[in-house]
Write a protein that binds this ligand. Sequence first.
Ligand SMILES: [Zn+2]
Length: 363
Amino acid sequence: MDLSVEVPNPLVDVSNGRFMGKKDLGDGYTRWDWRIHYPINSYNVSLNIGTYEHFGEKMGDLTLDYWVLPENMAKARAQFVQTKPMLEAFEHYFGEYPFPKDGFKLIEVPYSGMEHQSAVTYGNRFANGYLERDWTGVGISTKFDFIIIHESGHEWFGNAVSAADVSDMWIQEGWTTYLECLYVERLFGAADGLKYTNAYKTKIQNRTPIITERGLHRTPPQDMYFKGALFLHTLRGVVNHDAVWRKLIRDFYQANKYRNIMTEDVVGFFNARLKRDLTPVFNQYLRRTALPTLELDFATTPGSVRYRWKADETGFNMPVKAGRADAWQVLTPTTKWKTMATPLAKDDFLVATDLYYVLVDKR
Ligand SMILES: [Zn+2]
């Protein structure tokens, strides 16, 4: 896409892609020309017009350009040092920044921010957290600038890998929220990663499925962000092998970048790579409202526990770690009762609920 924007002198237009030049039109206006070298979603096309000033840096060959109002230059220079470690974290997990010919930009705007491709807009008050709040409420959001990390994460999921229909927007928002969790894990450690991820549970409503009806252009509920991320976190628990999980999500990204895909493509890729049918698990979390509940019955036979999943998907058979926290056992419940011997009493029999987004019902 070529984008040319005529603005009154001395305003500046900062748009997506690479700056190709500007031309004084002699009538008080100047034309700013930008070239986008990659496929781009229409909602990502952005005109940002103001009395911008510029500073920049490089990360290897990648240009990082920052456009802010003159009065905010000092604040921006201090806050935008978070850009490189953020890009390095996402490159670590998924591979090279997707739009190197266009470079990466942060552009100041009067709203909180938006993931415009290669022209991420920023209005988070040059402060950590989200609009100066502890976004997830557990003391971790204050360690980084939510808008820099979330909106830039969309360069990988949303902009490079895009949902083909708005019904499947969890591919944009669920994945990018999960990228925040990976960023926290990478920069602040596994314990903070787990804490940050699980804190999102309090924001989930579970009122309607996060995939809406296809073809209606009906925006999914906000659960697509947080439940989407918790679902991916749950899948990591199912895979139960960090190296396998890391390679899986990286390969999934690499196989689908610069493409528009549907949830079926995600399910197909994961099923093929893991050589197991996770379709009922995807369906329960994405196409159903209720969370799966692990029912544990200690009352029927002493010295044993009966267990099953209560779920809408009859084939729901997700493995789950349970028993003692220092020696988890992997149970493979189905929606039919199974029985196992256990020396643990009801109150001592735990479920690793920080690794999965599930409910537990003990009786
Ligand atoms: Zn987003």
